[in-house]
Design a protein around this ligand. Structure first.
Ligand SMILES: [Zn+2]
Length: 252
């Protein structure tokens, strides 16, 4: 049995002018003698990760495992912050990533090379119970070898969907933004969706707060909060973006 705790909540926003925000979900799983991070966030998260771990009485050196959903920069960007942790990633994802040319969109070349040359990396071959009570789930589309993780918990499973399901909108519509294969993404979302409905647990998307099934709908289990400001007006003209959890979407 594990307990899942948010270190940094994902944010379901998209820049219309400056590429991806990359504000991904970063969660801690504690149990069975392990302290596991699911993904590591973008480089800007470093102080947030330190602060989030400190709130649970932990430091980066106490993380035992890092389970990666895929090789995009906003999910593997802080891998080297945890040099004593065992990294886990799908074999198919890593193989695919190593074959891509430099400059491939969203891929973090240096981290991919680092992973590929690290003998401690646990390469997950398809679907299995990778640790007691933790199962890998193949969810291709966003990337070819993307993995989700299903984690057993006292209040039902936590389903870490990564970017197979980035936000409430994707879970609701089964239409993925930023995917390498829209049909595969739709199948992966539908599979995750039925796993969520049948399990009664919670889904942690790649870029949103936890989602739960509620009748025929899905909804956020908490509010989405973010603050924006300019350097020269910091503290004076902050804009707060707040999406209340009650704003759920009906399935199309
Ligand atoms: Zn991604």
């Amino acid at each position: 049995m594990y307990t899942a705790l948010s270190i940094v909540d994902g944010f379901p926003g998209k820049s219309a002018s400056h590429g991806a925000f990359g504000w991904s979900s970063l969660w801690l799983i504690e149990g069975e003698g392990r302290r596991i991070l699911v993904d590591t966030g973008p480089p800007a998260y470093v102080p947030l990760i330190h602060r989030g771990l400190e709130q649970h009485g932990l430091s980066a050196s106490e993380i035992t495992d890092v389970m990666l959903t895929h090789t995009h920069w906003d999910h593997i960007g802080n891998l080297t912050m945890f040099p004593t942790a065992t990294p886990w990633i799908g074999q198919a994802e890593l193989t695919w990533a190593t074959l891509q040319p430099p400059g491939t969109q969203f891929l973090s070349d240096l981290h991919v090379r680092h992973l590929d040359s690290d003998p401690r990396v646990q390469r997950i071959d398809g679907e299995s119970e990778i640790l007691p009570g933790i199962f890998s789930m193949e969810t291709p589309g966003h990337t070819p070898g993307h993995l989700a993780y299903v984690v057993t918990g006292a209040d039902g499973p936590s389903l870490f969907a990564g970017d197979a399901v980035k936000n409430l909108h994707e879970l609701t519509t089964a239409r993925a933004d930023s995917t390498m294969d829209a049909d595969e993404s739709r199948r992966s979302i539908e599979r995750v969706r039925s796993a969520l409905k049948s399990s009664g647990g919670m889904l942690i998307p790649g870029h949103d707060v936890p989602l739960v099934a509620s009748g025929d709908q899905f909804e956020r289990a908490g509010d989405v909060l973010a603050r924006f400001s300019y350097f020269d007006t910091e503290g004076e003209h902050d804009s707060v973006i707040s999406i209340p959890s009650t704003r759920s979407s009906r399935r199309h």
